[in-house]
Design a protein around this ligand. Structure first.
Ligand SMILES: [Zn+2]
Ligand SMILES: [Zn+2]
Length: 277
């Protein structure tokens, strides 16, 4: 009997639709915003990962109603996802490949999840496993539909520039890095001052007072000036004091002001204003 499996690419952590053999290649990694490991393409499955017993998820309290989720040791891209408790509506922002019984139990004990929303394809991971485990919908911008490797009835493709999931949670299409790239504005976060969950659409850099934006992070491909101006304009009107990115980096205060200053610095760099050499 042929056993169908949902294979997972070990470099990006994205799970594929059922097949009896490994996919020919990973669509997500064979593209300049990701990369195929120099060791070659390798695959696993969630069942194998659970059986190996190598991985576990840590869930840490970050701020009132905000928890970070991370797989240890790092798997795939190594991103952090966030569990956000709104007023009567709990959201999983971005996702992890690894999901086991103890993670599900821990999240249920925290109140469970009502929906998953994703910033962009690099974190689609095993989103369908999570959606099925909690019987909840997944919100993805329709402009990134072509990057969904495991289709599911759980996925709701939304369109336009923003979507209010709940009075607390608004998704905004920012459209850099990926065409359908999205950030989450959590209006009541940070005690009402607002929190932005930015995926890697906006990345906090080594100097935590600044952010940057890239077309490709692993391959260091920057954005054109028109895109940088666009991000700044779209984010300026959003309400956030605190910003969390997909790699657990934080801007703890005046994050909106810091994003605007960072966009200006980026433009200065593109225009050669920054340089004296
Ligand atoms: Zn991949
Ligand atoms: Zn990315």
């Amino acid at each position: 009997m042929i056993e169908l499996k949902n294979f997972i690419c070990e470099t990006c952590g994205v799970q594929y639709k059922c097949s009896n053999d490994v996919p020919e290649k990973c669509t997500i990694c064979n593209e300049e915003r990701q990369y195929v490991s120099f060791k070659g393409q390798t695959w696993t499955t969630l069942e194998e990962m659970i059986q190996e017993g190598t991985y576990r998820n840590t869930i840490l309290s970050e701020d009132e109603g905000l928890y970070s989720l991370h797989t240890k040791p790092n798997f795939g891209i190594g991103q952090t996802a966030y569990f956000v408790k709104g007023n009567g509506f709990n959201l999983l922002w971005d996702c992890l490949t690894y999901l086991d019984q103890s993670t599900s139990k821990e999240i249920r004990d925290l109140g469970g999840i009502d929906a998953i929303a994703l910033s962009h394809p690099h974190y689609y991971s095993s989103q369908v496993e999570w959606a099925e485990a909690f019987d909840i919908p997944i919100y993805i911008h329709e402009d990134d539909k072509e990057w969904v490797m495991r289709p599911s009835e759980k996925i709701i493709y939304w369109s336009g520039e923003s979507l209010e999931l709940h009075e607390d949670f608004v998704l905004h299409r920012i459209g850099v890095h990926f065409k359908g790239a999205v950030v989450l504005e959590w209006r009541s976060g940070n005690n009402g001052k607002g929190t932005l969950l930015s995926g890697d659409i906006v990345r906090v850099v080594a100097d935590r007072a600044w952010v940057s934006f890239m077309y490709s992070y692993p391959n260091f491909i920057p954005l054109p000036a028109s895109n940088v101006e666009n991000v700044a304009a779209k984010l300026e009107g959003l309400k956030f004091n605190l910003l969390y990115d997909a790699f657990h980096r934080v801007i703890e205060e005046d994050a909106n002001i810091r994003v605007q200053a960072s966009a200006k610095r980026y433009m200065d760099a593109l225009n050669g204003v920054l340089f004296t050499t």
